[in-house]
Design a protein around this ligand. Structure first.
Ligand code: FPP
Length: 248
C-alpha cells in the first residue's frame, strides 16, 4: 500500500535577502475570520492570539531584531463590553503562559501604550514579564496595548513641556531625536516594514511618528490565517523595494 506523506509546503527562500531590523504588524481581521465561520468575535481573537505566538517565534527564529504588534488600540475600548473582556482575558492568559514560553526563545518583552488603564492584575503581569525578560539577548517584542500614535505623541509633548518648565531641557534643544526619545519606543530603531493583513489600507494610529519612512505591505489574508509563508512573502517584497528616505 502506498504511503501518502503530506509535507508542509516549502517556504519561500529568504536566506539571501536583506531582512528588516524592525517589523511592525497590525493584527487585523480577527472579527471577519470569526464571522465567516459563524463564530463569536472572541473566537477570532483567540485564533489571532495563536497566530501571534507562532509569528513572534518565527520572527525571532529568522533573526528579526525588533517586532511590534498592535494588540489593543486606544480606540478599542469602544467595542462591546463582552469583546473587550474577552480580549483582556486573552491578554491575561498569554501573559501568564505563552509569554513565559518566550523565555526559551530569549525574547525581551516590552509593552507600549498607556498601561494605567489595565486591571491591577494585568498591570502586575506586564511589569513582571518586562522585568523578567529585560536582560535576555534575543528579539525585542513590543506589545502595543492601549496604544495610539496620537496619544503617544501627546504624552511625549506633555513630558517635554514639564522638562522645559523644570529647567531640564531648553526649547532650542528640541530636535526630532528629542521627540523620539520621549516615545515608548525610545532607543529602538524605527520600523522598516509594517505589515497589515486583512486588506485594509490604513495606519489606524499605529506608530505614527516612527513609521515616517516605513515600507507598508498590505496583504489580503485575515490575521488568524496568517502563516510563516505570508511573512516570508512580505519580507521578500520589502527586500525588493527601493528605500530612498526622501533622497533620489
Ligand atoms: C483587530 O481585528 C484585532 C484586534 C483589535 C485585537 C488583536 C488581538 C489579538 C490578535 C490577540 C493578541 C493576543 C495577545 C496575547 C497579544 P478586528 O477585531 O478589528 O477584526 P475585523 O476588522 O475583522 O473586525
Amino acid at each position: 500500500m502506498a504511503l501518502f506523506k503530506r509535507n508542509k509546503p516549502e517556504l519561500t527562500d529568504i536566506s539571501q535577502i536583506k531582512l528588516p531590523e524592525h517589523v511592525g504588524i497590525i493584527m487585523d481581521g480577527n472579527g471577519r475570520w470569526a464571522k465567516k465561520r459563524a463564530l463569536p468575535r472572541s473566537a477570532g481573537h483567540r485564533a489571532g492570539a495563536q497566530t501571534f505566538r507562532k509569528i513572534a517565534r518565527y520572527c525571532s527564529d529568522i533573526g528579526i531584531k525588533h517586532l511590534t504588534v498592535y494588540a489593543f488600540s486606544t480606540e478599542n475600548w469602544r467595542r462591546p463590553d463582552g469583546e473587550v473582556n474577552a480580549l483582556m482575558g486573552l491578554f491575561k492568559e498569554y501573559l501568564e503562559e505563552a509569554l513565559r514560553d518566550f523565555r526559551d526563545d530569549s525574547i525581551v518583552l516590552k509593552f507600549i501604550g498607556d498601561r494605567t488603564a489595565f486591571s491591577p492584575e494585568l498591570l502586575a503581569l506586564m511589569n513582571e514579564n518586562e522585568e523578567e525578560s529585560k536582560d535576555r539577548p534575543g528579539m525585542v517584542l513590543n506589545l502595543a496595548m492601549n496604544y495610539g500614535g496620537r496619544a503617544e505623541l501627546a504624552t511625549a509633548v506633555k513630558s517635554i513641556a514639564h522638562d522645559v518648565s523644570d529647567g531640564k531641557l531648553s526649547p532650542d534643544d528640541i530636535s526630532e531625536q528629542t521627540i523620539s526619545d520621549y516615545l515608548y519606543t525610545k532607543g529602538q530603531p524605527d520600523p522598516d516594514l509594517i505589515i497589515r493583513p486583512s486588506g485594509e489600507h490604513r495606519t489606524s494610529n499605529f506608530l505614527l511618528w516612527q513609521s515616517a519612512y516605513s515600507e507598508y505591505v498590505i496583504m489580503d489574508v485575515l490575521w488568524p490565517d496568517f502563516t510563516e509563508e505570508h511573512l516570508n512573502k512580505a519580507l521578500l517584497e520589502y527586500a525588493n523595494r527601493n528605500r530612498r528616505f526622501g533622497g533620489v
